[in-house]
Unconditional design. Structure first.
Length: 140
């Protein structure tokens, strides 16, 4: 009985370490795009999705500021499709039109509440994944 518990605890620890390592790689992909002159907003947006699920992130962007969104899942770039909508769900941008670019720079003339939807690219053949997104603003 004790040997079985020790085995299960060891297996759980190993799986957690593997998961943490993959998460760090994904976060590293995003972080390389939020470098000076861009400064992180201090948050790490993340969601675990499977199949055709879509993650949603609600964000307010302030007018006159240049922003950068960087997003990734897994250990490679270009496997996340993200779309930015205004509060009436008008599509403002999708990276699908730009070969699933990992990042996008933009500026609004006035403050706006937005919805960012993110999903795994079906052609990447990844059944599930942890999506990381960072948002930075350009230091002026």
């Amino acid at each position: 009985m004790k040997l079985k518990n020790i085995f299960l605890i060891g297996l759980f620890s190993l799986l957690m370490n593997i998961s943490f390592a993959q998460s760090e790689v994904t976060l590293g992909i995003c972080s390389k795009y939020i470098q000076p002159p861009f400064i992180s907003d201090g948050q790490v947006y993340k969601a675990l999705i499977t199949g055709d699920e879509i993650a949603e992130f609600h964000v307010t962007f302030y007018g006159g500021t240049i922003y950068r969104i960087a997003i990734a899942a897994g250990q490679s770039e270009g496997n996340v499709i993200f779309s930015l909508y205004d509060k009436e769900r008008h599509l403002l941008f999708t990276n699908k039109d730009y070969k699933n670019s990992t990042y996008w720079d933009f500026k609004f003339t006035s403050t706006i509440d937005c919805l960012i939807e993110a999903e795994l690219d079906p052609s990447a053949r990844s059944g599930s994944g942890l999506i990381h997104m960072l948002i930075g603003f350009k230091q002026q």
